[in-house]
Every structure is written in C-alpha cells, then in structure tokens.
Design a protein around this ligand. Structure first.
Ligand code: PLP
Length: 362
C-alpha cells in the first residue's frame, strides 16, 4: 500500500471496502442527529433505540431470543472483536484461529498477549475446519475458537451441518465461540448460518458490522451480541477505551436498519457479476482461484508465477500499478496465494485482472 500511494493511476485491488456510497437517508439521519444536538456521549453500550432494534433483528435472524442487554454497539466490528477477546481470554490463554484468516485477528491477539493456535483450512477441507483439526488444537488454556463465515479471504461459507458440529465441539471442549459474521449479507451460494442459531448454553459471541452491509466503513459502527455476562464485560472494556460510539453515527446506523434494504441485494448482485467475470478471466488463462460462496474477495493461486506472494505483489505494483494482498498476510502457509477484492469498479477490476494475468506469465 505504501508503494502504491506514491503512484498515480494505481488500480487498487487490495482494499476491502465497498465502492458504493453510503445511502443518502443514512447520511441525512446523521446530519439531523448532529443538528438536533445529539452530539454528546451516549450510553456506553449504545443508544437504546439502536440496541433494541438490533436485538429484534438478531432474534428474527437467528432464532436466539436476544435482549437489549446482550447487545453492545462498538466502534466497528474491530472494536467488538478486540473487547470480546479482552473479555474472554487473559494473557497466556489460547484462541483457535484459522489460516488463512483476516490478519487483524492475529494482530489483536498479539496486543492482548493471547496465544493464537492456528488451524489450516484448504481445498481438502473446503476452507472450513474439521472437528478433528479443532480437537487437536484444544489445550487446557484454550478459551475460544474464532470463526469467520463468510470468510475473508477465502469466501467459504459454513453450512448448517458444519456449524452444528462446530458448536457441539465447543460445548464439549467448554470454550467460547467468537463468530465474526460481518459478511453475513453477502452470500452468493447457500445461505448464511449464524453460530448463534446453535447456541443452547450461552457460549457464542456474534460480531457484526454496518461497514460492508450498508457501505459504511468510515462511520465505524459495529456490534457484539453476547451472553449477558460477556456483554457486561465487553461494555466495561469499552468504557476506558472509547467510552461510546460516535453519537451521530449511531443514529445513522439506526436509519440504515430502519430504512430501505434494497441496497444490500443490489451490492451483492454487483459483486456476484464481478466474481463470475473475474473467475472467467482467470480460468480461461489457466490460473486457479477459489469461487467464493460469500464475501467479496478472490483467493488466487499464483504458484504458476514461480514467485513468492510478496515478490509477485511487488512486481505487480512496480510493473503494472496494481495492488493485491500477499497471501502470507493471512497467516502461515499461504505464500502461493494473493487476495484481490471485488469491491472496486468493474472497469478497474477487469483491467487489474488482465495485468495480473500478464504478470503471472512473465
Ligand atoms: N471482520 C472481517 C473479517 C473483516 O474483513 C473486516 C474488515 O475488513 C472487519 C471485521 C472489520 O469491520 P469494521 O469495519 O466493522 O471494523
């Protein structure tokens, strides 16, 4: 990214944020909130109207009866993840995390002194961890397993049977499940299954965000839905770190939930069209890539380029002004992959892919 910033006309395929504007009614709700004096600290876990609407929607979506007290509105999903990890694990404790997975998980654990125990997902297990893998990763220090479905970067979506088995495993191991579901509305094949739907004894914390669903990355609003004792801890951890989420942004988030929902399907359909075209371009050039069932990334196999992921990514930016993310950013054993994002304009995206194909042949 640093190298790309110095270039003009760089095609940015590394950025994980929707290229759609935030809906107008959401912007207007923030404007109205600020103008009418909603510019002070709010309740620490979020404004009651927003929490109660989230609880209502979460109950409908997952079937898990959710109370306002189970919801904590956070500064993006990032803060929800951080305070959840802080609440569940002490320094020296272990959390099971997949490789590849979103790099911030490992960075957050490093900051908190938590030991990540990595489980590899690949073509053999369909990029979903098997119960045998999870069982062999558990120790007396394990506090949680961290899931992400749909997954960044693979796009894998955990199905009902797999989710039921994973939650059953967590129950037997007596650990928490932290389920990052920020891409829950971006599913192309199958349906999103929430970990909360299988939570019979209060061990699942779901992490959600307005960033991807409503194209609101810069507003920084997300939330955790947790068993009451964990929600209380998350809330307490939030107080000394950020106090509460930006007040007008919370009113904007409420407007997003209460307003028209068509934008969600429109964005998903646009990503689907781009996904299909990118896969067509790559496969007709003999480059293999995962066909993601959800999220908006393509996990590309660059082994034919005979270079490491970092060398390939640097060559691509230096010679073709295209940025992608090296696979090793997502954890060990991913040096033969790069991740590209579908969340850019189709023209830029397809031109970027053409240049990537050219570079992989050089
Ligand atoms: N979780 C995953 C898997 C992500 O890919 C991202 C952002 O890219 C986030 C969480 C962060 O979301 P937010 O913008 O709500 O902090």
């Amino acid at each position: 990214m640093d190298r790309a910033f110095g270039l003009t006309d760089c095609i940015r395929l590394e950025v994980g944020e929707p290229n759609f504007p935030t809906p107008q009614h959401v912007i207007e709700a923030a404007d109205e909130a600020a103008r009418s004096g909603k510019t002070r600290y709010t309740e620490n876990p979020g404004i009651p109207e927003l929490r109660s609407r989230i609880a209502e929607i979460f109950t409908e979506d997952t079937g898990r009866k959710t109370e306002v007290g189970d919801v904590v509105v956070t500064t993006g999903a990032m803060a929800a993840l951080y305070t959840t990890l802080m609440s569940i694990a002490d320094p020296g404790d272990e959390v099971i995390v997949m490789s590849p997975s979103w790099p911030n998980y490992l960075m957050q654990m490093t900051l908190l002194g938590i030991r990540p125990v990595t489980v590899s997902t690949n073509e053999t297990n369909g990029h979903v961890p098997t119960i045998e893998q999870l069982e062999s990763a558990v120790s007396v220090r394990t506090k949680a397993v961290l899931l992400n479905s749909p997954c960044n970067p693979t796009g894998a979506v955990i199905n009902q049977t797999q989710m039921a088995r994973i939650i059953d495993f967590a129950r037997r191991a007596d650990i928490y499940v932290i389920s990052d579901e920020v891409y829950d509305k971006i599913v192309y094949e199958g349906t999103h299954v929430s970990a909360a739907s299988y939570d019979s004894d209060g061990r699942v914390v779901c992490i959600h965000s307005f960033s991807k669903t409503y194209s609101m990355t810069g507003w920084r609003v997300g939330y955790a839905v947790a068993p009451p004792e964990i929600a209380t801890l998350i809330r307490k951890c939030q107080e000394p770190t950020v106090s509460c989420v930006n007040a007008p942004a919370q009113y904007a988030a409420l407007a997003a939930l209460n307003g028209p929902q068509e934008i969600i399907g429109e964005m998903r359909d646009a990503y689907r069209e781009r996904r299909d075209e990118v896969n067509r371009l790559l496969s007709s050039s003999g480059i293999s890539a995962l066909n993601p069932a959800g999220a908006f990334y393509i996990w590309v196999d660059i082994s034919s380029s005979q270079r490491s992921d970092v060398d390939f990514a640097m060559d691509l930016v230096d010679k073709h002004q295209v940025t992608v993310v090296p696979g090793s950013t997502f954890g060990p054993s991913n040096e033969d992959r790069v991740r590209i994002s579908l969340a850019t304009t189709p023209d830029q995206l397809y031109e970027g892919i053409r240049r990537l194909i050219e570079e992989s042949r050089s």
